[in-house]
Design a protein around this ligand. Structure first.
Ligand code: MEV
Length: 322
């Protein structure tokens, strides 16, 4: 029995969150925490899924009735990825899928996007359908939108292409940024953020104060462009200053929390060049950029502010067949 295993990386958003939902750029880096998919064909006309990390065991659905509702939350992305792949290539075939993860889906590292990309890549391999990175991005992004309805797709791009990317909404631009390993310290708040809810909250503020919020997004875009130049020069001290400004703008949108702010200011007091929340806000992780000699003080300060340090390498490989 032939089986295929693929893996796709999670991500950290370095700069540009929220603005990137509305046609502005962001910078995202792929991280060394990966989602793995193992897949083989069966002759029972069923999709069988095991995803022990999200407590999905022996979940079965006829391949003729894959839909976007009526399924456990942990199965959604795989099931809709399979449906979209089968529709695109006019296929119907029993398959057995197992997904495993290097990281907790609580961190906000993009496990949904990574599992979607890994599933579609595994299907394209086993059915011998060659897909370009762009086609893999487009079908994976469609899958995420079919389920969440919202999102810029930056996390899907990180899972496909890897590295560190300059990304504009929906993949209008996906450009690698040449940077060495970013000296990042990552702190987890212990709180799982609800990205879709937070996007909706920000939208309400934008509907009420469109001029102000567009102004904020415009400033975030300028920060992102400047930050790209800093990364290309490996100038992390300047990059840190821009992170602090970006955090200020995110605070003005109301997406930070007391804990995130405390963790950020703790890191900066301990010698980080800069710190900010990463992702939607409301919880998940913060990131700090710190000189090597301050790394351990910065980590301790984040822990003292109630965070948990997560060991993360940035700028890692995109999707691959194992
Ligand atoms: C969430 O991780 C980042 C947001 O910008 C949403 C998105 O870009 O999909 C808030």
């Amino acid at each position: 029995m032939q089986s295929i295993t693929t893996s796709a990386p999670g991500k950290l958003l370095l700069m540009g969150e929220h603005a990137v939902v509305y046609d502005h750029p962001c910078i995202v880096t792929a991280v060394n925490h990966r989602m793995k998919i193992r897949l083989f064909l069966t002759d029972d006309n069923q999709m069988t899924l095991n995803a022990p990390d999200v407590e999905v065991m022996n979940y079965q659905k006829s391949v003729s009735s894959l839909v976007s509702h009526d399924m456990p939350k942990g199965a959604q992305f795989v099931e809709i990825a399979v449906r979209n792949f089968f529709q695109t290539y006019h296929l119907k075939q029993g398959i057995n899928i197992t997904s495993t993860s290097d990281f907790s889906s609580q961190f906000g590292f993009g496990s949904s996007s990574a599992v979607t990309v890994a599933t579609i890549k595994a299907l394209s391999e086993i059915f011998d359908k060659s897909m370009s990175d762009r086609e893999l991005f487009d079908l994976s992004y469609k899958t995420v939108l079919d389920i969440q309805g919202k999102g810029s797709g930056f996390d899907v791009a990180a899972a496909v292409y890897g590295g560190t990317l300059f990304f504009v909404t929906g993949g209008k631009r996906i450009e690698p940024i040449s940077v060495q390993n970013i000296p990042l310290v990552v702190g987890y708040t212990g709180v799982k953020a609800d990205t879709v809810k937070i996007i909706e909250r920000v939208k309400k503020i934008a509907d009420q104060y469109p001029i102000f919020v567009e102004g904020i997004y415009g400033l975030i875009e300028e920060l992102v462009k400047e930050a790209k130049t800093c990364l290309e020069k490996n100038n992390f001290a300047e990059f840190g200053k821009l992170m602090i400004m970006n955090q200020g703008l995110l605070e003005s949108l109301g997406v930070s929390t007391e804990k995130l702010s405390q963790m950020n200011s703790g890191a900066i007091k301990a010698g980080a060049y800069g710190a900010k929340l990463s992702g939607a806000g409301g919880g998940d992780c913060m990131i700090a950029v710190a000189p090597a000699e301050k790394r351990s003080e910065v980590s301790t300060a984040i822990e003292k502010s109630g965070g948990t340090i997560i060991d993360v390498q940035t700028n890692t490989n995109g999707i691959r067949v194992e």
